[in-house]
Design a protein around this ligand. Structure first.
Ligand SMILES: Nc1ncnc2c1ncn2[C@@H]1O[C@H](COP(=O)(O)OP(=O)(O)OP(=O)(O)O)[C@@H](O)[C@H]1O
Length: 435
């Protein structure tokens, strides 16, 4: 994590006045179809009752059922590794992407039913790379005025407002006639903020607003955002891969993994005590030193699974340090059992073997961490598999699967104002978590 210090959050928390949510997102989904061509999309469907071929309708599940709300004046941070769906979430909320399913309400009304211009005026986005989002051939005064022109303001009023905004974001009025390339990264982000505030929005969605800036400049921009929030009564949705950034400014933090929220908590509680193993792992991650690979180097083992084929059950189970072993299994024993199940699913166990015992021995060896009931079921499953009854074999083995694989945990309350999606009971988690 970078080294921004934590500021006193009390004043921010006090601003949240408990009114109706400004933004309410319910079961939002954004799936991108995978265009793999006609032939590449043909799949054999071995379990089909009829014709054993189907067309693969796989899609990248970038956002896969996200719900949350933000109170007026509040800042909600969204964190997670690269590719977990943060940007797609932001883009879908503002309507840059059509949702696959779900609903977004702004100030009580569905955004697909509010007049577009009204919603656009009240919600603004700020992006990471202000260099490319500012047109280099235009004077910054004019860039700041653009939204005002769209809103029908006449020239002299626009100019006056633009000069005022320059001052408010800590730049000089004389800069009005300068061009973006004359400014540093931090100054360009100030220009971007001025532009987004010109028509007095209620909600600002900031996607990695300080990524790529030096840490000291990051702190200045975040302080400015904090001041502007107070001045304008703004509500922020702040997206960042950097936990120290959200800690600095957010009232609450949502942690995202493979298209889903896995934990949502008031900021300080989240940093003191994590209720999801993924959150703990993120906290123990360090910034990636390779400038071409921004983001965090995870302390987690395993690779990030594909968003087009997320793991069954809990999506985090393939990398989870707190994976729940079924009763009676040792870690090695369960790995062997799970491999047999995976091969039965794929129908790749050795069909030439003629004895179920021999099949099971090949997987289990003399591993002693397998309960006898599971060993017996494994032999019965091997027998079925050798007879070609793969579905029965699979079902037999699934009886001993870990809950982390067989059931997707729902986001449930784990403490006042906190939710997490993990099968571990909170007390149990406290005991198993690494210090
Ligand atoms: N237009 C698109 N078409 C297909 N897949 C997409 C599209 N946009 C995003 N994705 C995929 O959706 C997933 C989520 O991407 P997204 O950019 O939202 O993640 P992120 O958390 O913002 O990551 P980053 O910080 O790297 O931008 C990724 O697997 C990405 O490849």
């Amino acid at each position: 994590m970078s080294t921004i210090d934590q500021r006193d959050t009390d004043d921010r928390t006090d601003r949240v006045d408990g009114r109706e949510p400004l933004l309410e997102v319910t079961d939002l989904q954004k799936h991108f179809p995978v265009h793999s061509g006609l032939f590449a999309s043909v799949r054999f469907d071995r379990d089909s009752d009829g014709f054993p071929v189907r067309f693969d309708e796989s899609s990248v599940k970038a956002v896969d059922g996200v719900s949350f709300s933000i109170e007026p004046g509040e800042t909600l941070g969204v964190v997670g590794e690269s590719g977990c769906g943060k940007s797609t979430l932001a883009r879908t909320i503002v309507g840059l992407e059509e949702p696959t399913a779900g609903e977004v309400r702004f100030d009580g009304e569905r955004t697909d039913e509010i007049e577009e211009s009204e919603f656009r005026k009240r919600t603004q986005m700020v992006f990471q790379d202000p260099q490319s989002s500012l047109n280099g051939r235009r004077k910054i005064g004019h860039i700041i005025e653009d939204p005002l022109e769209g809103a029908g303001w006449e020239k002299s009023r626009r100019q006056e407002r633009s000069l005022e905004l320059l001052e408010q974001v800590g730049l000089k009025r004389e800069y009005y006639n300068r061009y973006p390339h004359e400014f540093s990264g931090g100054q360009r982000q100030r220009i971007n903020l001025a532009r987004s505030l010109s028509i007095n929005p209620d909600l600002v969605i900031a996607d990695e607003p300080v990524s790529g800036l030096d840490v000291s400049v990051q702190a200045q921009i975040l302080n400015l955002m904090d001041d502007l929030q107070e001045e304008y009564g703004l509500t922020y949705l702040l997206i960042s891969h950097d936990l120290s950034v959200v800690r600095y400014i957010a009232d609450r933090v949502a942690v995202m993994y493979l298209g889903e929220f896995v934990e949502l908590s008031p900021t300080e509680e989240l940093f003191t005590d994590q209720h999801h193993p993924y959150t703990s792992s993120l906290l123990r991650s360090v910034p990636n030193p390779d400038p071409d690979q921004p983001g965090v180097q995870s302390v987690l083992g395993g690779t990030v699974p594909s968003a087009s084929d997320p793991p069954r059950g809990c999506r985090f189970h393939t990398r989870c340090p707190d994976f729940i072993l079924p009763d009676g299994f040792s870690r090695d024993g369960y790995e062997a059992y799970d491999q047999l199940l995976a091969d039965v699913r794929e129908r790749t166990i050795d069909a030439d073997a003629d004895e179920p015992n021999a099949v099971v021995d090949a997987y289990f060896g003399d591993s002693d961490g397998i309960p006898s009931a599971a060993r017996g079921d494994a032999e019965r499953a091997a027998e079925r598999a050798l007879e070609g009854e793969w579905a029965t074999a699979r079902e037999t083995l699934e009886a001993h699967e870990s809950i982390c694989q067989s059931a997707a945990p729902a986001l449930e309350s784990t403490a006042p104002d906190r939710v997490a999606a993990c099968h571990l009971e909170i007390d149990e988690r406290g005991e198993t978590r690494e210090p």
